[in-house]
Write a protein that binds this ligand. Structure first.
Ligand code: NAD
Length: 378
């Protein structure tokens, strides 16, 4: 899916520089106001907000834990884990006190603990609702990993619990803070290539292990829930809208012994207002990672599109090259700033819920022979 630029080098260079400038200001509003928010969040640098990671699996270990080295407004204050010994290792490595190690059964005891401001739920998808509600009931603001939940009904319950506890809820959509995806937003909004009407994307990876990701109650579904959701997010950004309807089909299983509870692969088309459409797919049996958006005046393609780092972008005017802080650090700092200033997070529960509504429509369409299914409105 790689494309060759068609324009001469000098105009390509100018385009890259202009885009870099644009991105610097669009990511967080004005750079100055973000700095002011971070200063407010940390009370002038005196105190970073305390984040507790709930679930110390691969994502916490590989990305979120290390991400705290780059955060300006929050610090790792503790963990919730099923293994106290693992918690002790984390406390030594990250320098938080052992009293800030909770189990899933004792985490309610963090209520009233001033060392903890935010709980970050990083457990299997099917537990997100229960764990988010537990954190909210302990009076803590919540970041919950994607997918927000397994169903729209669970998402609604999470939003209601956070509202009742007067805490903020955000979803771990790290790409919202990635400079290339921010640039995609800008291109869509400012119509550099005209209205982006033809969208396509895929996020697939080859799954081999036996783990919760293929157990329906813990995963909520297969690759659609795990990584297909990234294509939905990118398409909603490029279309600047929620899809109105979908058509979908599940692909035949090549490894039915592994995928007997969830889909192995699914393809779906999202219909947006104004004649915009996105053809998307997600599979646990191939490796693809791209998003492409085309308008009457040009195109942009991200490939890989959804990576933690090393996203590559080409456009009909040439490639883009932007610098960036790790996505997870930007994401956590933005939420800390929201908590401190009262600003709404751009990746709130309503976004998570909107995407769950699309996923439910995709599964419904696939189950009903590819019938067009309208996406339920919030
Ligand atoms: P993982 O299997 O590596 O870790 C899951 C953690 O949950 C483990 O520490 C496990 O002990 C704990 N857990 C608690 N109760 C459990 C139970 N009943 N069964 C199984 N595990 C239980 O998974 P992961 O890859 O770290 O994914 C965790 C969450 O993070 C998922 O929701 C996933 O979608 C999300 N995630 C997001 C990104 C991203 O880029 N935003 C990347 C990877 C994972």
């Amino acid at each position: 899916m790689k494309n060759t630029p068609h324009e001469p080098t000098h105009s390509r260079r100018r385009f890259v520089r202009n885009m870099t400038l644009g991105a610097a200001f669009i990511g967080t509003g004005a750079a100055g106001s973000m700095a002011a928010e971070l200063a407010e969040a940390t009370r002038g640098g005196e105190r970073k907000l305390g984040v507790v990671l709930m679930g110390l699996g691969l994502y916490s270990r590989g990305e979120l834990g290390p991400g705290f080295k780059h955060t300006k407004a929050c610090r790792l204050a503790g963990v919730v884990t099923g293994s106290h010994a693992k918690g002790v290792k984390w406390s030594r490595k990250h320098g938080f006190p052992e009293r800030n190690i909770w189990s899933y059964q004792t985490m309610h005891e963090m209520a009233g603990n001033p060392d903890v401001d935010i709980v970050y739920v990083v457990t299997p998808n099917g537990l997100h609702a229960e764990h988010t509600i537990m954190a909210a009931q302990a009076g803590k603001h919540v970041i919950c990993e994607k997918p927000m939940a397994s169903t729209v009904a669970e998402s609604d319950a999470m939003i209601a619990a956070c509202r009742k506890a007067n805490v903020k809820l955000s979803i771990g959509y790290r790409l919202q803070f990635d400079p290339y995806h921010i640039e995609l937003d800008r291109i869509a909004r400012q119509k550099d290539f005209g209205t982006l009407t033809r969208l396509s994307g895929e996020h697939s990876w080859t799954f081999t292990e036996r783990a919760w990701r293929i157990e329906k109650t813990l995963s909520g579904g297969g690759p659609m829930m795990d990584v297909g959701i990234y294509v939905i997010q990118a398409a909603c950004r490029a279309a600047m809208a929620q899809p109105v309807a979908v058509t979908a089909r599940e692909l035949p299983k090549t490894r039915p012994e592994l995928f007997n509870e969830v889909e192995e692969a699914v393809e779906w088309t999202m219909e947006f207002p104004g004649g915009v459409s996105c053809h998307a797919s997600s599979s646990y049996s191939r490796n693809n990672n791209f998003f492409r958006a085309e308008g009457a005046k040009g195109w942009i393609e991200l490939n890989p599109a959804y990576a933690y780092r090393g996203i590559e972008v080409n456009t009909s005017r040439g490639p883009l090259s932007l610098d960036g802080v790790p996505q997870q650090a930007l994401q956590m700092d933005d939420f800390a700033a929201c908590v401190a200033t009262g600003r709404e997070t751009p990746v709130g529960g309503s976004m998570g819920r909107d995407h769950m509504a699309v996923i439910e429509a995709v599964y419904k369409s696939a189950a009903e022979g590819g019938r067009r299914v309208e996406v339920a409105k919030a």
